[in-house]
Write a protein that binds this ligand. Structure first.
Ligand code: UN1
Length: 508
């Protein structure tokens, strides 16, 4: 059904969208309005967003607090039904959402399709998980004459702060989980991608979510994120983004007097792949290129440091050069394009600066040429370095670092990966099964991928998330995710007190 969909997407390509805070179901226009431009046609406007001010932050907190008890006491089936209805509406609005994702975030059409698909999957998955796990209290074993029941319920007002790299999927994934568990939500989308977030919240209201349960506050960290996370009334924060920001939020939450508030954080990585001499070179290179350069490297799961065993490294790097020369960088609206732009000028400059610094200190392996068009493009680049220790931060773009190692140095390689403190994804390519298990056991990461690419975790199939500097867990799209959004209550009842006396009385 590609042709009719392509036609519909095309109709949205010149559209200009408007967005602003949504408080209790009402769209607010503020004086703080920002223009949104397209990352690959910088002179073209995609729309305009009203950023929330102090007043909307206050109102959102009050509305979300007030709406919580009613929503939390809804039958779980009702909450799940709203999520399923939202998933249906996302599918019905596929073309507009693809166009928004593509125009606002500069994603390729294929990435934009995958994005909407993943958002749908999150809504349906958490709906089903909530029904299975939150519906009835769990009866626990105990002594005769006593009943013990464990129930799960929402914590209160959850603040959801989401990234621009998955502006629909992660935005809605966090919200869906928080709402499924019984919380009400105040969502702050990344400031680069408010338009698609606004559309998503409009669809939520259409899907039947009560107006009080979802508040949208577009804006930046200083004006919106900081006061929200500092508010005494919030009961939890779900955050996906940089490790630095997660630590800042953690400090804000830790300073609170009135409560101990959980942070669910999914952050950055310094993701490695280890390739030994038994690996299949063609397969390795195809998976490396995909893991490092798909989505212009703007995934927290993306491959950043490739470790290749020396015996096969020349062969693999030759193939890599060839594959990188074939990459199509450019207009993300063309289906033939492999990589579009990065998100904005700041990201572009930081990445270009890293490349030029690395070129001075290390050896360039390959650099793919750029299109002759305006846009925040960064050339896919592969650089050979001595050690992962040379990298002091995550470089969130299409830059691959390569380290050669000798078989005898494998443990050193493993230690050096662990010493980064990050622990998100790891790729392993080897036909030596014992070795793959040895490596998978020793490297401290959340997701290990063997003999395949290391991005694109599927909801419910590869629950996703890291450890250490990469996040708190639990894994998104996994069976334990909802628990962290919930609080538990155990009810212990002495069943002989009422029933026992009653039967004694009737005997007499
Ligand atoms: C992120 O990039 O912020 O596996 C997390 C993947 C995605 C990563 C999402 N689920 O590539």
């Amino acid at each position: 059904q590609w042709q009719p969909l392509a036609e519909q997407i095309r109709n949205y390509m010149n559209r200009s969208w408007q967005a602003g805070p949504i408080i209790n179901g009402e769209v607010v226009t503020t004086t703080n309005s920002k223009a949104v431009s397209c990352p690959y046609r910088i002179s073209e406007s995609v729309g305009e967003v009203s950023w929330a001010t102090e007043q909307e932050v206050k109102q959102a907190l009050a509305v979300a607090k007030e709406a919580f008890p009613t929503w939390n006491n809804q039958p779980v089936a009702k909450r799940a039904q709203c999520l399923q209805q939202l998933a249906d509406l996302l599918e019905a609005n596929l073309a507009e959402l693809i166009a928004l994702c593509h125009r606002e975030a500069g994603k390729t059409i294929q990435d934009s399709i995958d994005e909407v698909r993943e958002a749908v999957d999150f809504c349906r998955y958490y709906a089903v998980q909530a029904e299975q796990r939150f519906d009835k209290p769990q009866v626990l074993p105990g002594p005769t004459g006593e009943s013990n029941e464990l129930s799960l319920m929402g914590r209160g007002v959850f603040v959801c702060i989401s990234p621009w790299n998955f502006p629909l999927a992660i935005f809605l994934g966090q919200i869906a989980a928080a709402l499924a568990a019984g919380n009400t939500v105040i969502a702050k989308p990344a400031e680069q991608t408010s338009l698609i977030a606004f559309k998503a919240v409009q669809l939520m209201l259409e899907a039947g979510f009560p107006a009080g349960v979802i508040q949208l506050l577009p804006g930046d960290g200083a004006q919106v994120g900081a006061p929200l996370t500092a508010a005494e009334t919030i009961a939890g924060v779900a955050f996906t983004g940089s490790t630095d920001t997660a630590q800042l939020i953690n400090r804000t939450l830790a300073a609170r007097q009135g409560a101990i508030v959980p942070l669910i954080a999914e952050t950055g990585g310094q993701n490695a792949m280890i390739v030994d001499s038994t690996a299949l070179p063609e397969q390795v290179v195809s998976d490396v290129v995909h893991s490092a350069f798909a989505s212009a490297g703007q995934r927290c799961s993306a491959l950043r440091v490739l470790f290749v065993q020396e015996d096969v490294s020349d062969r693999i790097l030759d193939l890599l050069k060839g594959a990188m020369a074939e990459l199509e960088v450019g207009d993300p609206s063309l289906l033939s394009t492999d990589l579009g732009p990065v998100i904005d000028q700041q990201a572009q400059q930081q990445l270009l600066q890293h490349i030029s610094q690395m070129k001075q200190q290390a050896k360039l392996i390959a650099e793919t040429s750029l299109p002759d068009m305006s846009g925040y493009f960064v050339p896919p680049t592969a650089i050979e370095i001595e050690s992962i220790k040379q990298l002091t931060k995550e470089n969130f773009g299409p830059i691959l670092h390569v380290v050669r190692y000798r078989a005898s140095q494998l443990d050193q390689v493993i230690n050096s990966i662990n010493e980064t403190g990050f622990g998100l994804t790891l790729g392993v390519h080897s036909r030596n099964e014992a070795l793959t298990h040895y490596i998978a056991d020793k490297v401290n990461v959340g997701n290990v991928y063997v003999n395949r690419n290391q991005i694109g975790a599927v909801v419910g199939v590869q629950p996703f998330g890291g450890q250490g500097l990469s996040g708190t867990g639990p894994k998104a799209g996994g069976p334990h995710y909802l628990y962290r959004f919930a609080t538990e209550k155990v009810r212990t009842i002495n069943t002989t007190a009422v029933g026992g006396n009653a039967s004694l009385l009737s005997l007499a």
